[in-house]
Design a protein around this ligand. Structure first.
Ligand SMILES: NC(=O)c1ccc[n+]([C@@H]2O[C@H](COP(=O)([O-])OP(=O)(O)OC[C@H]3O[C@@H](n4cnc5c(N)ncnc54)[C@H](OP(=O)(O)O)[C@@H]3O)[C@@H](O)[C@H]2O)c1
Length: 256
């Protein structure tokens, strides 16, 4: 199983202008990796790059722009050599979701969280498959396991990413690719800062980044944390509908 070491090539992280992506970029740079970072806020990426000069390099772009993603992968490889590890982390949660079903909000979420990852995967697979090695981790969520009220679009996009990761692993593991899914619980970032309900077992972003980097180094398929919440969600995901609906309705009564 291929697990990218610092000497194998550069790391690409999307959604690195803030939150989890930013923290993982700094952590990997501290471990000696070279890291290319992408997000729309170019100034924030430049500020991040200044925190680890000669280790972190800004490649700004919008993950919903297919051509831009292909250009960015090509530019990273032309400038810094092969991408050995990619963390497709950029994502959004629109709080308007909690007001009810809105086609625009649902589509914008799916377009970014699922579409953006697909636009990253296309050029990455094209680059990695001929080399016969590469490591790609998609960032899903524990919210992707079962239906959650107020999270239809976000949960659906993350559920789809879990499926994509499973299918990619089965398709490409023999071709030398390591495919992983990162399913976090609640992590304190701008995304969860917009929530006004209790978020159990909230993790600090640096701790989450350490869990992700440890999981990337181990190479197992699913990187999930905090463990207690992950186990609770996994058990809930096994419930038949007759039990699942009352349990989930009770668990989310304050979030609705
Ligand atoms: N925080 C949690 O509790 C939690 C739990 C489970 C999963 N996750 C997942 O973890 C990932 C990171 O979340 P976070 O909590 O760190 O959120 P965050 O602090 O809001 O950061 C989101 C990142 O995604 C980038 N992004 C959003 N839309 C983009 C686009 N169209 N093109 C390029 N970049 C885009 C943002 O950069 P720009 O705005 O500069 O583009 C930002 O860097 C997401 O996929 C999220 O779903 C988070």
């Amino acid at each position: 199983m291929f697990r990218a070491k610092a000497q194998d090539g550069i790391v690409w992280i999307t959604g690195a202008s803030a939150g989890i992506g930013r923290a993982v970029a700094l952590h990997l740079a501290g471990l000696g990796y070279h890291v290319a970072v992408t997000a729309r806020r170019a100034a924030d990426l430049e500020a991040l790059a200044l925190e680890a000069p000669d280790r972190i390099f800004a490649f700004p772009g919008d993950i919903t722009d297919r051509a831009a993603m292909a250009r960015i992968v090509a530019a990273i490889e032309a400038t810094h050599g092969p991408i050995a590890l990619a963390l497709l982390n950029a994502g959004v949660y629109h709080t308007e979701e909690r007001k009810g079903f809105d086609v625009d909000v649902v589509w914008r979420t799916i377009e970014t969280n699922l579409g953006g990852a697909i636009y990253g995967l296309g050029p990455l697979l094209e680059a990695m498959l001929p080399r016969g090695r590469g490591q790609i981790a998609l960032v899903g969520s524990l919210a992707g396991y079962r239906g959650i009220p107020g999270s239809l679009a976000y949960g659906a996009s993350k559920s789809a990413l879990i499926y994509v990761a499973e299918a990619l692993k089965l398709t490409y593991q023999q071709a030398g690719l390591t495919i992983q899914i990162v399913n976090p619980g609640f992590v304190r970032t701008a995304m969860t800062g917009a929530n006004d309900y209790d978020m159990p077992l909230m993790m600090e972003v640096d701790q989450a980044a350490r869990c992700i980097c440890d999981g990337l180094a181990r190479g197992g398929f699913e990187i999930t944390f905090p463990k207690r919440l992950a186990w609770a969600v996994k058990v809930a995901s096994l419930l038949p509908h007759a039990l699942f609906f009352p349990v989930m309705a009770w668990a989310t009564r304050r979030a609705r």
